[in-house]
Design a binder for this molecule. Sequence first.
Ligand SMILES: NC(=O)c1ccc[n+]([C@@H]2O[C@H](COP(=O)([O-])OP(=O)(O)OC[C@H]3O[C@@H](n4cnc5c(N)ncnc54)[C@H](OP(=O)(O)O)[C@@H]3O)[C@@H](O)[C@H]2O)c1
Length: 262
Amino acid sequence: MTATTPRHVLILGGTTESRRLAELLQGAPGARVTSSLAGRVATPRLPPGEVRVGGFGGAEGLAAWLCEHRVDVLVDATHPFAETISANAARAAATAHVPLLALRRPGWTPVEGDDWHEVGSLTEAAALLPTLGRRVFLTTGRTGLAAFADHDLAELWFLVRSVDAPEPPYPARMEVLLDRGPFTLDGEHGERELLRRHRIDVVVTKDSGGAATAPKLTAAREAGLPVVVVRRPAAPEGVPVVPDPESAASWIREQGSREVGK
Ligand SMILES: NC(=O)c1ccc[n+]([C@@H]2O[C@H](COP(=O)([O-])OP(=O)(O)OC[C@H]3O[C@@H](n4cnc5c(N)ncnc54)[C@H](OP(=O)(O)O)[C@@H]3O)[C@@H](O)[C@H]2O)c1
């Protein structure tokens, strides 16, 4: 039996890996690939193939979409911190009897010389910050800035890096740097220079994993700076997980072969 791509694959996207997966599946004979984006970013990087934008209306809405559009395989390739859509995907796939795969890039692990402070949430990160520094490089995204808007943090200054401009509530004293990865370690716009220029003394990050945003960790280690790392939320139980787009493409083709062999 030869591996073949199922007729309709829906990729829940918004990540580098989801775009790569759409590229890998592109052009498979008879296959239709739809990527779904939440619509959070004003000018998203678009994957090849069909793209739909906006929420489905909860797990029920997603289940209905899967049935209406005759989806054969669902891939949750959303960001590891996109907890709600991942839970919805698990429920919707079960309701609609559609095989579901989670594509999750592995998290980061500390190496010799790192000064990491792991926390369970942005609120915990905010509570810890005054003990670690005064000039904060905040890389957790523009949603969730409310956790750092508290009066107790009024003495702290934040460099907030995000793709689009944040909306209040946000920290009282901050500068916004609009940019999106991949980021580099060296050069005028590299992470080393960024930490030096802004006299950063503590970095805050989610454990997003991946190479695109990892140079800040190297730069912080070299500069001897503490890094507050927000741990990942738990992934839905019982959903098979692969770490990279290539493994996801293989898994999807196996599903297609099963369909053909039915
Ligand atoms: N959270 C992060 O740190 C982060 C970082 C980088 C990229 N992203 C990407 O940004 C998007 C939103 O993240 P989030 O953390 O705000 O999500 P979330 O909290 O898990 O989801 C909130 C709601 O947004 C809609 N949604 C989320 N992802 C969607 C998708 N790919 N296609 C269609 N609707 C989607 C769903 O609305 P309905 O209930 O109406 O269906 C979902 O219930 C995700 O696609 C994620 O991959 C997130």
